[in-house]
Design a protein around this ligand. Structure first.
Ligand code: FAD
Ligand code: NAP
Ligand code: SF4
Length: 677
């Protein structure tokens, strides 16, 4: 077999002895919420089958609890429950018999959303809902037996293997660290005792499934906990699970409760694979690495460095089910890249909502949201090439409509051209690259630098006009709002007006926080430089102290400006930021010394600064710049003109509704409308 010209390693099969993986890319495990949804198994079958058709070598399902106390989701502990899983395994193997599918067994331990949760010691996790019950000897034996039973049932259900998660703060990992395991019996104390539980699970699982079934163990190769696992302990554990019969070791980074971002967009691509590389030197079984590997060239480079044998991409498979196939066919510029925003995936999981993807609203909705060829092609005008207009135009054109896309600006992207300039949001460039390519692929006529009006559109005679003109920034009515020291967020981000050394940011929504990031930032973006990232978050990759972080102080340079980020609401700032990422933004800004002020009433702006009442007390902020980030209003003038002229038109994105608008909503709404036109 000749090697792939661009990805010789990625497309080399991996021989596991009794079976073979056709390439080195697997879809990592993600809980989607479909596990518990109505018709969830039918929906998961199509969701996974689409990814199997998309070229991935192996799929790991979302985590399935082996018993009731392991989690509130759809467990697998009986043959009847195994029967449902057949829908998934049969669909995947029918899509491509060479694709392997493994089921993840997830025992959430102290993080299980059930009052019946169990753990090695009765210690409540900072992020858990309940104090767990301490397992006694019989309880531990039951958990081990339930893992083995679950694995055997997975085999009966047609899976090619199981992945056992031993990281992230779930049951197995809580046996491994002293903080959560304070036992004094043979399951606690010295590390040899603490690792007995995972090793025994692997041994019993192997016994239950036989030799010709893939068993993967997911290990916390860097748990990011103060006092977490030492490198020597990780080596001991990895060696022991290998000896107990795993076929593959998968490296994981971070417990959910650890205050270090490991997958957010501010994390550099493939930042953690060096840790897998080091572990790989000590093992003979293949290793999987993961975290922020979102494009095939990144994956190939990781393999070329010798950091791993297999690459796990989880969220990138939500963003583009055909990622691997596109790489194989040399169409990587058509990949819809995961931008690591977490907005429609992890934020939904933690908010107990079904998962999808900001850049691909079809993710997890494969059976209901379909972009089918249209039986009656229309001539459509889409006005505005922001996320909403781009999504509408590309989906409609993919379906066969003839689309002309207008924008007054000289480049596509709308507000994404502002977002991509914020340090840490560089991935937004990928979405624009994707749309640029889709415009070519689907033959959309693109007319940039063209501000359209109803008269012009009327003269061009379209069947329908879609108005995606977005928003205009809200300008609060306030004495002094026209003072020269007042700068709008667009001018601030584009660098069109100077920003002084003492800055008030009026409004602390997503844009206020992004502007604060921009004006408090100096030097290279941590998202583009692993060393900067490691320094800022206090990670020692080289010496690997316990957890990778113990005793390492984050080194964040204080902002060169004095900055006050403010809002009128009395709550703490940043409440409405993403569930899984908001804390990172708050932490970065406070480490840089940005002042957060809530309960502000704005009175006036003059040469002296910004006059306010803070919690009803007069306060003057002596600033030389006031950046206004006070929300947005829909830009609907064109729509009103079209309506008045009797031209058939509809609204999408910010033009439809500016309140609580984000790109997730804009793309989702536009894609659904375009799927139906
Ligand atoms: P817009 O993006 O505003 O696009 C409207 C387009 O219409 C513009 O390109 C404009 O030039 C064009 N237009 C207007 N009138 C006319 C006309 N008459 N003729 C021709 N063209 C016209 N959202 C998230 O979900 N996650 C984030 O992390 C995020 N970060 C952000 C960071 C910043 C700094 C900013 C400013 C926004 C961010 N957003 C984020 C918000 C997100 O970008 C918007 O919700 C989204 O862009 C709205 O899409 P839209 O297509 O409706 O409007
Ligand atoms: P936003 O999140 O609605 O925040 C607007 C801010 O302005 C709030 O702090 C609000 O708080 C304040 N405000 C509202 N009316 C005001 C007035 N009349 N005078 C003074 N202050 C006023 O909107 P945004 O920051 O403009 O962001 C727009 C959209 O983009 C948001 O929906 C956001 O989700 C999205 N976005 C998302 C991200 C992300 O990382 N996910 C990043 C950027 C943007 P008070 O009323 O308390 O003052
Ligand atoms: Fe990636 Fe954002 Fe989509 Fe999640 S929602 S898969 S992070 S692009």
């Amino acid at each position: 077999m000749t090697a792939h010209p661009r990805y010789p390693l990625l497309f080399t099969p991996l021989d596991l002895g009794f079976t073979r993986l056709k390439n080195r890319v697997l879809m990592g495990s993600m809980h989607t919420g479909l596990e518990e949804a109505e018709n969830g198994f039918e929906r998961m079958a199509e969701y996974f089958a689409e990814r199997a058709r998309g070229g991935v070598g192996m799929i790991i399902t979302g985590g399935i609890p082996p018993n009731r106390e392991a989690g509130s989701g759809a467990k697998l502990s009986t043959p009847e429950e195994a029967q449902q899983h057949r829908l998934i395994t049969e669909a995947v193997h029918a899509a491509d018999p060479d694709v392997k599918i493994c089921m993840q067994i997830l025992h959430s331990g102290a993080l299980a959303r059930t009052p019946d949760c169990v753990a090695p010691s009765a210690i409540k996790s900072r992020i858990g809902g309940y104090k767990p019950r301490e397992l006694d000897e019989a309880g531990i034996e039951k958990q081990i037996a339930d893992f083995a039973n679950c694995a055997a049932l997975a085999r009966q259900a047609g899976y090619d293997g199981v992945e056992i998660i031993g990281s992230a703060g779930y049951l197995i990992s809580t046996f491994l660290v002293e903080k959560t395991n304070q036992r004094t019996d043979r399951w606690g104390g010295p590390f040899e005792n603490r690792m007995r539980f995972p090793v025994e699970i692997i041994r019993r699982v192997r016994e239950a499934v036989g030799p010709d079934f893939i068993v993967i163990f997911r290990i916390a190769a860097m748990d990011m906990l103060e006092g977490g696992m030492s490198w020597e302990e990780i080596l001991l554990l990895a060696g022991a699970v290998q000896a107990a019969g795993v076929n593959i070791v998968s490296t994981h980074f971070c417990w959910h409760e650890a205050p270090v971002p490991t997958i957010a967009t501010m994390v550099p691509r493939a930042a953690f694979t060096q840790v897998t590389g080091r572990l790989r030197e000590a093992l003979t079984v293949p290793l999987i690495t993961s975290n922020r590997i979102n494009m095939p060239e990144v994956a190939e480079a990781v393999l070329a460095r010798g950091d791993a044998d297999l690459i796990s991409m989880a969220r990138p498979m939500l963003a583009d089910s055909q990622l691997v196939l596109k790489a194989l066919q040399g169409r990587e510029d058509e990949i819809n890249t995961c931008i690591a925003c977490n907005q429609a995936c992890l934020d939904h999981t933690f908010g107990r909502k079904e998962v999808s993807c900001l850049v691909n609203p079809r993710a997890c909705h494969e059976t209901t949201l379909k972009y089918l060829p249209t039986p009656a092609a229309k001539r459509l005008a889409v006005v505005g090439a922001g996320p909403a207009g781009l999504a509408y135009a590309t989906v409609a054109a993919e379906r066969g409509h003839r689309v002309t896309l207008f924008d007054a600006a000289t480049e596509i992207g709308g507000q994404f051209n502002l977002a991509r300039r914020i340090p840490g949001k560089e991935e937004f460039n990928e979405t624009l690259r994707y749309y640029r390519r889709m415009i070519e692929v689907h033959g959309i006529e693109l007319r940039l630098g063209t501000r359209v009006d109803a008269k012009m559109l009327g003269a061009l005679g379209f069947d329908e006009v879609v108005v995606a003109t977005g928003i205009e920034p809200r300008r609060p009515e306030l004495p002094g709002i026209d003072h020269p020291k007042v700068v709008g967020y667009i001018d601030a981000i584009l660098g069109r007006k100077p920003i002084g050394s003492r800055v008030a940011i009026m409004g602390a929504g997503g844009i206020g926080f992004d502007v604060a990031e921009l004006v408090s930032h100096a030097g290279p973006s941590g998202a583009l430089d692993v060393e900067v990232f490691a320094r800022e978050w206090g990670i020692d990759f080289k010496n690997h102290p316990r957890g990778g972080v113990t005793g390492v102080t984050p080194q964040v340079a204080a902002a060169e400006r004095s900055i006050w980020l403010m809002q009128r609401k009395a709550d703490a700032l940043g409440r409405n930021l993403g569930r899984t990422t908001g804390w990172t933004h708050r932490m970065v800004l406070s480490r840089r010394g940005v002042n957060m002020v809530s309960g502000v009433e704005y009175l006036k702006i003059d040469d002296a600064g910004l006059h306010t009442l803070v919690n009803n007390e007069p306060r003057l902020f002596e600033v030389d710049t006031v950046i206004v980030c006070a929300g947005q209003l829909p830009l609907r003038g064109l729509y009103d003109e079209l309506q008045a002229a009797g031209i058939r038109s509809s609204l999408v994105g910010g033009a439809f509704e500016a309140s609580e608008l984000d790109a997730k909503r804009a793309i989702d709404q536009a894609s659904r409308l375009a799927a139906a036109v």
